[in-house]
Design a protein around this ligand. Structure first.
Ligand SMILES: *[C@@H]1O[C@H](CO)[C@@H](O)[C@H](O)[C@H]1NC(C)=O
Ligand SMILES: *[C@@H]1O[C@H](CO)[C@@H](O)[C@H](O)[C@H]1NC(C)=O
Ligand SMILES: *[C@@H]1O[C@H](CO)[C@@H](O)[C@H](O)[C@H]1NC(C)=O
Ligand SMILES: *[C@@H]1O[C@H](CO)[C@@H](O)[C@H](O)[C@H]1NC(C)=O
Ligand SMILES: *[C@@H]1O[C@H](CO)[C@@H](O)[C@H](O)[C@H]1NC(C)=O
Length: 795
């Protein structure tokens, strides 16, 4: 194969794989169709042919024909319960060979007709209007049947025969309201099922003689047992129960929805006590009447677990002590009583075999099992959701219990240190005190060897530091409290799981992970974190542990404060190290200041910075003034740009430096000796020059002051050349003039010198550029250039 060929070949394979994946994906999205509760009258026609699960329950469908579902050849699960179907020909499923789960319960089926049919695993025909059991002989071929739901008002032994050879996992039999007229007690005997659930008709006294003891059944559930009439004392039902004794395989018995008397209730318990039943559960019981003292025969029982759920009693004056006595002395391992009005439970009169007691959701008080030494074998005790108030009483209650896991959550427990007594049994390993009203003081009343401690949803504000250490504590849950700090593991050296979310922790300590070396999991989210500098260290410390350790990270860890960071994830909160470290900040500011000062000093010393600054300052000022210049005014004095006055001693500098530098920029200069008008005195010439020049430049030096200044002083005084704001004057200080050398009568010169409004001729060559620039700016070259054009036309 050539290289190109092989590439094409590979692409083709990849393409086909993708195609296949795509097909599978579209399959996955197609096959589940839920059209329940959509008001359908017919089976919808628009279904995908790939549909495997179809739910059209709770609609108004009254008919099911082959054409409805013929095309759904992939259908495996079909749920049409709670509709109005009255008749069914099971051969409508002839073409749905994959169908294995069919739920037709809660319809109005009166009749089905059977033909060779599919091999279902689950067929539910319960809660329908059948008169006789809807079992066709064809059902005998459903070799895989696991669940069969039936309903009937009349039972016949013969009806069951077609399926007698099948071993069905569970059979549900719902008896219609008119059941019971012509009963055949033996009618269910041929049923071959592991688990049987019979629903008796509601609103009918239990008057049945049906034998529910099926040889094969391990588990039996009976619903709707109503026997309140005193004259029969529930004898029919007790008779049914008594027959259970002959089935030694039966181990699970469940009774649902019972209305009877206290007396019958205890009799029912007594009756089951002597069967092979191991797990007995009773739920939804309504009890009437009173209970007088009676003996309970605990002997000869297989029972291990009794669960009683949801009992209401219509008598309030009932003397409950008999009941407590009967319950507490039961010789079983597991006993559950939940959702009742039980207020108390007495101590067993001898060492009890109870291992697991669940008395949650009742009305028990702290006095439960008061002073009880006979529950020493108890392993778990749940008193969740009761009326417990004082923790000290619970501590006292458990003092004889050897290895207990205790759940006293969802009560109103509190602990008052002043009440003293707090010596938990040493062996208490797991304690659930969540959802109570416990405060910080609870940490002074904890079992010393406790491993699992649940204190969530209480009123704890902080964990006192001086508590006795709980060295065995591995799991601590203090979520939903008001803790302001993350505790260290000082007192809990074995702590591996800490749940502390939903508290008031704003600045968790960064030392947590150092202190808690054994921590495997910490859940600290949903606290009002203050995103300030202190928090950075904590965030960093989280970064150093493995991500699995911090539960809920990063999503439930958010800033609460300051406002600008609110709801920012801690993971995304960053501040610069500088702004957080005061020492570093001070050092940085100090160093920066120092460097600046040194730089300035160096600049001053080596580069004469002040001179530059002055020059720059003057330059900007002249630029600024130039902008305000009035052109009209210029036009009057345009013959020269500048007049230069200087001492003859300085003429070398003027001729070799000043003139060339100005004239090369086309600045017209008036020199009194060069532009001398004969017949005028020197002073007159000077004055003419000044008057025809825009600016007057004076080259100042000690010589100038000595020899020339006097010529001008008079004129200046006369023409107010120095009055405030005059800007036609430019002074160049060629050489420093000592103050004392200025004659005392030269006021103006002194003022000008003091104001430093002169340009200083720098000795350093590199500064000359700036000097000339400044000077030219003072003469307003630009403006002069513009003005020059105007001048030409004017002249
Ligand atoms: C049930 O359907 C099958 C196949 O469609 C048909 O042969 C049979 O006659 C029907 N049975 C009744 C009672 O209608
Ligand atoms: C059960 O199936 C067998 C073979 O598949 C067939 O011979 C027999 O007639 C079927 N019985 C019924 C009642 O449909
Ligand atoms: C019987 O009850 C026990 C405990 O509830 C349960 O584990 C077991 O599965 C039940 N057995 C049957 C056959 O239902
Ligand atoms: C008793 O209850 C405990 C705890 O609920 C459970 O683990 C155990 O399996 C139960 N034992 C029996 C025999 O039902
Ligand atoms: C404690 O009891 C509560 C219910 O009241 C439950 O949600 C929680 O999981 C229990 N804690 C432990 C550690 O079992």
């Amino acid at each position: 194969m050539t290289k190109t060929n092989s590439t094409i070949f590979h692409s083709a394979i990849i393409f086909m794989l993708l195609l296949e994946i795509k097909i599978q994906l579209s399959d996955a999205s197609d096959f589940l169709v839920d059209r329940s509760k959509t008001g359908l009258i017919h089976v919808p026609k628009d279904l995908s042919l790939k549909t495997t699960n179809l739910d059209i329950s709770r609609n108004c469908i009254s008919e099911l024909s082959a054409s409805d579902i013929l095309s759904l050849s992939k259908l495996r699960i079909l749920i049409i319960s709670h509709n109005r179907i009255q008749y069914l020909n099971i051969s409508v499923f002839e073409f749905n060979q994959e169908l294995e789960y069919l739920d037709l319960s809660h319809n109005m089926l009166e009749k089905i007709s059977c033909h060779p049919t599919v091999n279902l695993k689950h067929l539910d025909l319960s809660f329908n209007a059948f008169d006789f059991l809807p079992i066709c002989k064809e059902f005998g071929n459903m070799s895989q049947l696991q669940f069969l739901g039936l309903s009937a008002t009349r039972l016949q032994k013969s009806s069951v025969l077609p399926i007698a050879h099948l071993h069905i996992g569970k059979v549900l039999l719902v008896l219609g309201d008119s059941y019971g007229e012509k009963e055949d007690p033996e009618s269910l005997q041929e049923l071959n099922t592991e688990s049987l659930h019979i629903v008796f008709p509601t609103s009918q006294e239990f008057h049945f003689i049906l034998d529910v003891s099926i040889n094969t059944a391990v588990s039996l559930e009976l619903s709707n047992i109503q026997c309140v009439l005193h004259n029969n004392g529930c004898s029919y039902f007790l008779n049914v129960l008594s027959k259970l004794q002959k089935n030694s395989r039966l181990s699970n018995l469940t009774l649902n929805n019972i209305i009877t008397t206290w007396y019958s209730f205890i009799t029912i318990l007594q009756s089951v006590w002597h069967t092979s039943v191991e797990f007995f559960s009773i739920s939804n019981v309504k009890l009437q009447g009173h209970l007088d003292f009676r003996d309970f025969d605990y002997s000869d029982t297989s029972l291990k677990t009794l669960s009683i759920h949801q009992v209401v009693s219509d008598t309030f004056t009932l003397s409950q002590s008999y009941i407590y006595k009967i319950f507490s002395n039961m010789n079983i391992q597991n006993f559950t009583v939940t959702g009742t009005q039980m207020m108390h439970m007495v101590c067993p009169s001898q060492m009890s075999p109870f291992l697991h007691l669940d008395f949650s959701n009742n009305l028990l008080t702290d006095m439960v099992f008061n002073n009880c030494g006979n529950l020493a074998r108890l392993e778990t005790l749940s008193l969740q959701m009761n009326q417990l108030k004082k923790l000290a009483n619970i501590v006292h209650m458990t003092k004889e219990m050897k290895s207990l896991q205790l759940d006293i959550s969802q009560n109103s427990l509190s602990y008052d240190e002043n009440e003293g007594y707090c010596f938990w049994t040493i062996s208490l390993l797991s304690l659930n005190m969540s959802s109570n009203i416990l405060t910080n003081s609870v940490f002074r009343c904890l079992p010393p060897r406790v491993k699992v401690l649940d204190l969530h949803n209480n009123r704890i504000r902080n964990i006192p530091t001086d508590v006795t250490s709980l060295e065995a504590l591995q799991e601590l849950n203090v979520a939903f409290n008001s803790l302001a700090h993350l505790p260290g593991c000082g007192s809990f050296s074995s702590l591996s799981v800490l749940t502390i979310d939903y508290n008031a922790i704003s600045n968790p300590s960064a030392h947590f992970f150092q202190s808690c070396q054994k921590i495997r999991s910490i859940k600290a989210g949903n606290n009002p974190f203050q995103c300030t500098c202190e928090l950075r260290e904590f965030i960093q410390s989280i970064g150093q542990v493995s991500r699995e350790v911090v539960e809920g990270w990063p999503d439930s860890y958010k800033c609460d404060y300051p406002e600008s960071y609110k709801d920012t994830l801690l993971k995304d909160f960053h501040v610069s190290p500088l702004s957080c470290n005061t020492a570093l900040l001070i050092v940085t500011i100090g160093v920066t200041g120092l460097v600046f000062a040194v730089t300035v000093t160096i600049l001053c010393i080596y580069f004469d910075l002040p001179w530059y600054l002055r020059m720059m300052c003057q330059w900007t000022q002249t630029r600024h003034r130039a902008r305000n210049i009035n052109l009209d005014e210029l036009q009057r004095t345009l013959q020269f740009h500048a007049f230069i006055s200087y001492s003859g001693h300085d003429s070398v500098w003027v001729k070799s430096e000043l003139l060339p530098n100005l004239e090369k920029e086309d600045i017209r200069i008036c020199l009194h000796e060069r532009n001398f008008v004969p017949g005028k005195s020197i002073v007159e010439n000077i004055v003419t020059c000044i008057e025809n020049s825009y600016k007057s430049i004076f080259v100042l030096s000690p010589n100038f002051v000595q020899s020339e200044w006097g010529h001008y002083e008079l004129y200046f005084a006369h023409h107010h050349l120095f009055h405030e704001g005059s800007n036609n004057l430019i002074l160049i200080l060629l050489e420093p003039i000592p103050k004392y050398s200025i004659p005392s009568s030269y006021h103006k010169l002194k003022i000008l010198m003091a104001q430093r409004t002169y340009l200083e001729w720098p000795k350093e060559k590199n500064k000359h550029g700036l000097f000339w620039a400044n000077l030219r700016a003072s003469i307003h070259i630009k403006l002069m250039k513009q003005a020059k054009e105007i001048a030409h036309t004017y002249i």
